[in-house]
Design a protein around this ligand. Structure first.
Ligand code: GLC
Length: 571
């Protein structure tokens, strides 16, 4: 069946964020300029031309605020300053200016669900009386039972273990109260029913918008609002991944009240010229619930994790695309697509087939070569979808997940809180390889690296790929350059094509401007070679691998695609 998604509801006056390719920098792991083994802002500045050559439109930088780095900077101690290990305010000003000079947008990451326990507000809690104004900024509740020895509810932390910890003051007093931390115990949750919390964050937005930042990625945008009188959850009926993830019906996720906050933030973003943009890290139980975050007076876009979770499964992928495109069209917003980030197993490994066919959710043996082949195909297909695309640093090099980090090197709080049963997210955060034959593969001038880099990093280094046309880096560059030059990509409508072989997905992309040729975007997710109808076109605009070719005889020509490949075709 052919479905036609009418995207007329998209704003015709094209805004940059509607079809941008946004590159995520995880600053600790991108490039180190000082030699301490921790990546920093000057390191990003030094490599900016690499990103320009890659062909991205915008940079999103994970947090670099002052932080004890217990959760890689998602534990903020001062929202108006830069951590001294990552740079200075002058460095970020320089980086903003350098991005703008090169036509790149720059998006920061804001963490409003919780602060670090090193934040001034939490320090005040620890020296104040119960019921003081300082306490009312956080989710602090009395314990159950007369002894208060039981937490207010059974809520669990996303990082494993209990979601509440007993509140012990600086003078050693064990209070009858508990504080909520949906993440690490050093990340107390703020109470967003408190107007002071709301106005403080609007001020923080202005602080950075005034410096020229083009927008924010909002951490845990589906959190923030919780049932004020925390009821117990029925976790028994849930699987572990849901308890640690979306947890449908949890009274702390995706509550209607969060939308009021996004409306307030939108007013702030819109008060700038040009308007600043907001992109939510929102985990919603369905694409329909997710689309609510993109209503016209709320966030501009949100991450679409449903697509990321679909895995290497053409039916799930197609369902997710259908639901996402339709639900976003309903609210007049462009969809977004992402396959990797600093929280998930890199997709070159996640898509790798395992011996017993089970999905890659934890360290296991995968066929790396096929994983990479599939990942490149999946990314080339993703870049053909309507809307904006998010890339995670290192995926353009085809980097795999690093599963075999030594235990004593691991730093993710997930590893500690799960007592080593969950290896956590360090494996996708290993510092990037720039130069094959330098210490720390060119990441740091002194050859240091906050997480050890594996030997295979040598083969993946930027300098090994940049002059090799068959490298992942060269493919990403070709794809992004082509995407920019194709009016049919990004914003035009899409339509599934009839007659795709079983296990393949084929869409036609039309330009919003009449008269321009359409493109066919096809992914072959089977382990076999497939032949495409000649009417689909034989002019190969982009191919994820070398084994995609036109076969011709006297009568006609048609296209042959090798297993696990993707192609962009013009008639
Ligand atoms: C988000 C971030 C993740 C962080 C968590 C708590 O999910 O992406 O890295 O640990 O929020 O802030």
């Amino acid at each position: 069946m052919t479905t036609h998604h009418d995207v007329c509801a998209y704003r015709r006056d094209r805004e940059w964020w509607q079809d941008a390719v946004v590159y995520q920098v995880y600053p600790r792991s991108f490039a180190d300029s000082t030699g301490d083994g921790i990546g920093d802002l000057p390191g990003i500045l030094d490599r900016l031309d690499y990103l320009v050559d890659l062909g991205i439109d915008a940079l999103w930088i994970s947090p670099f605020y002052t932080s004890p780095l217990r959760d890689g900077g998602y534990d903020v101690a001062d929202y108006r300053d830069v951590d001294e290990r990552l740079g200075t305010l002058a460095d970020i000003d320089r980086l903003i200016a350098a991005c703008h000079e090169r036509g790149l947008r720059i998006i920061m990451d804001i963490v409003p669900n919780h602060t670090s326990s090193d934040h001034r507000w939490w320090r005040e809690v620890l020296t104040s009386e119960p019921g003081s104004p300082a306490w009312s900024r956080y989710m602090i509740r009395p314990g159950r039972e007369e002894s208060a020895n039981e937490p207010p509810s059974n809520w669990r932390s996303v990082f494993h273990g209990p979601g509440w910890s007993r509140l012990i003051l600086d003078d050693g007093t064990t209070t009858d109260y508990w504080y909520l931390h949906l993440f690490d115990s050093t990340q107390p949750d703020l109470d967003w029913s408190n107007p002071e919390v709301r106005s403080e964050f609007r001020d923080i937005l202005r602080f950075w918008f005034d410096r020229g930042v083009d927008g924010f990625r909002i951490d845990v945008a589906h959190g923030l609002v919780k049932d004020p009188d925390p009821p117990d959850m029925d976790y028994d009926s849930m699987v572990e991944t849901d308890i640690l993830g979306v947890a449908p019906d949890a009274p702390y996720w995706d509550q209607d009240g969060v939308h009021d906050i996004w409306r307030e933030w939108r007013v702030v973003a819109d008060s700038y010229d040009p308007p600043r943009i907001l992109c939510g890290e929102a985990w919603a139980p369905t694409p329909e619930r997710l689309a609510r975050y993109q209503r016209p007076d709320e966030l501009h876009t949100s991450f679409n994790f449903d697509y990321l979770a679909a895995g290497w499964d053409y039916e799930r992928m197609r369902e997710s695309i259908d639901a996402t495109v339709a639900n976003h069209a309903n609210v007049g917003a462009p969809p977004t697509w992402v396959l990797s980030n600093h929280d998930v197993i890199r997709h070159a490994t996640r898509f790798g087939p395992t011996e017993d066919g089970s999905p890659v959710t934890k360290p296991t043996v995968v066929d790396d070569e096929r994983g990479r082949r599939r990942a490149l195909a999946a990314t080339m297909f993703l870049l053909g979808l309507p809307g904006s695309a998010y890339l995670y640093q290192g995926e353009e090099l085809g980097l795999p997940e690093v599963f075999d980090l030594p235990d004593d090197a691991r730093q993710d709080p997930v590893w500690f809180r799960s007592k080593g049963t969950d290896t956590g997210r360090d494996g996708c955060r290993v510092p990037l390889p720039w130069k094959a034959n330098e210490p720390s593969y060119g990441f740091s001038p002194q050859g240091r690296s906050w997480l050890p880099q594996p030997d295979v990093w040598r083969d993946f280094a930027v300098d090994q790929q940049q002059d090799d046309d068959a490298s992942p880096l060269a493919l990403y560059r070709r794809a992004l350059a082509q995407r920019r030059s194709e009016p049919a990509l990004g914003q035009g409508p899409m339509e599934w094509m009839d007659g795709a072989p079983e296990g393949a997905l084929a869409m036609r992309r039309f330009t919003a401007e009449p008269g321009h040729p359409s493109l066919a975007i096809v992914i072959n997710m089977t382990e076999a070679t497939i032949h495409l109808p000649s009417s689909w076109g034989t002019d190969v605009v982009l191919a994820s691998e070398g084994d995609i070719a036109t076969l011709s005889d006297d009568a006609s020509s048609h296209l042959v695609m090798g297993p696990e490949t993707a192609v962009w075709l013009r008639r």
